[in-house]
Design a protein around this ligand. Structure first.
Ligand code: V47
Length: 377
């Protein structure tokens, strides 16, 4: 018999785990209020009214990429107009400026640069540590980690790469590059990228080494609803395993990313609607019952939308951001920033309580001047 929303609501009420059929029924349903109520219930059970945000800065060290993923408008080929790769000294200076402006985190990702040596990445981390010792470096997607394992002259595996990066100052892994865990979609929209098994393996290794990490799902392009549910199932199983094995690292946060068609090779596609966006955030909360946090990334959804999303399972908004190059809607430039004041007002106005966090979700306390005085244990 087909699963009804009432069946699912009863499971949610009882704190029971949803299965793939439930996930599919939720994604197929048009009853956005019923879905929102369930997600909000689970969110409030876990976090009450607390809504996290962070003072961060995103940095894209290079847009040069060996791949040509159809959904991506960010990459350039090495000699193409607009291709760039920042010097280590420039990156360290940006980290210093970010720290001086009060950021607790720098989020660094780039394309798969075909020629930069492995030493560029370790030197980048060391230079940041010297220039901005208090800043947490969340950097390099699983895709970049596998790329680094391939480019080094010594035979490497992701474990060796991650250990070297960790020694040089890497603090955690972001959730990018997961796209949708399905081979058909992979071959059509991001052929050449690592597949789901490798993405999950890099995160497993990171967790073994004590690194926290995040996970994304890129939806609203050529994937099916079944593919989305399958993606959630694989992420949930990976987190179950980390918990069962008591690994020192875990997934902290899921970030559902709506596909932005602008300037990509899939520009003819319409991209997801706002209702689909709300549903994906809510279903992420409901399916990923072992992920503590669901994050709205306002860069891709707008801050106004993120405010509504707080009623659909979201407990976290990333962040002050400042610079972002990977996606731009319409004629937006690279400078994309919100102030702490706007973030807090957005959260408060929705009826929630803003709490500044560091990357590991410890509350940050600041002096009246705005200096970090304490990130509680
Ligand atoms: O890996 C690329 C995606 C990701 C497009 O871990 C696109 O805290 C939509 O992963 N439309 C980068 N998405 C962003 C990301 C992220 C963002 C915020 C926080 C965290 C975190 C991670 O953006 C890429 C790719 O999956 N992406 N092109 C596009 N056209």
């Amino acid at each position: 018999m087909a699963r009804t929303l009432a069946d699912i609501a009863a499971k949610v009420e009882a704190g029971a785990r949803l299965d793939a059929e439930d996930g599919l029924a939720l994604l197929r349903s048009r009853d956005i209020w019923a879905i929102g109520r369930m997600a909000d219930k689970v969110r409030r059970r876990r976090h009450g009214l607390t809504t996290w945000y962070n003072v961060n800065r995103h940095l894209n060290y290079s847009n040069v990429c060996a791949l040509s993923c159809k959904f991506c408008a960010f990459y350039r080929k090495k000699d193409q107009d607009g291709a760039y790769a920042h010097d280590v000294a420039d990156i360290a200076e940006q980290a210093r400026a970010a720290e001086a402006a009060g950021a607790t985190e720098i989020h660094i990702v780039g394309g798969l640069h075909p020629y930069l040596p492995f030493s560029y990445y370790t030197e980048m981390l060391e230079a940041i540590r010297a220039a901005a010792p208090s800043i947490h470096v969340k950097a390099f997607t699983a895709v970049e980690i596998v790329h680094l394992a391939r480019i080094d002259r010594r035979p490497r595996d992701p474990e060796g790469v991650l250990s070297d990066l960790q020694r040089a100052g890497l603090g955690s892994l972001p959730g990018g590059g997961a796209e949708v865990f399905d081979d058909r979609v992979h071959d059509e929209a991001f052929k050449g990228k690592i597949r789901s098994d490798q993405w999950l393996e890099v995160h497993r290794v990171a967790h073994r080494l004590g690194l926290m990490s995040n996970a994304t799902i890129l939806y609203g392009h050529i994937e099916s609803l079944e593919d989305r549910v399958h993606h959630f199932e694989l992420l949930r199983a990976a987190q179950d395993e980390a918990i069962e094995q008591e690994l020192p690292g875990r997934f902290q946060t899921v970030i559902p990313l709506p596909f932005i068609p602008d300037r990509s090779a899939l520009e003819r596609l319409p991209g997801p609607t706002a209702l689909d966006d709300l549903k994906m955030l809510a279903v992420s909360r409901l399916m990923l019952d072992n992920f503590p946090h669901v994050k709205a990334f306002w860069i891709m959804q707008t801050l106004e939308f993120s405010q509504t999303a707080l009623h659909f399972g979201v407990d976290d908004i990333d962040g002050t951001v400042v610079w972002y190059d990977i996606t731009k809607i319409g004629d937006q430039g690279t400078h994309q920033e919100v102030t702490v004041r706007d973030l807090r007002r957005t959260i408060r106005e929705a009826g929630f309580e803003p709490v500044e966090r560091d990357t590991l979700y410890r509350p940050v306390q600041r002096s009246r001047e705005g200096d970090v005085v304490h990130a509680a244990g």
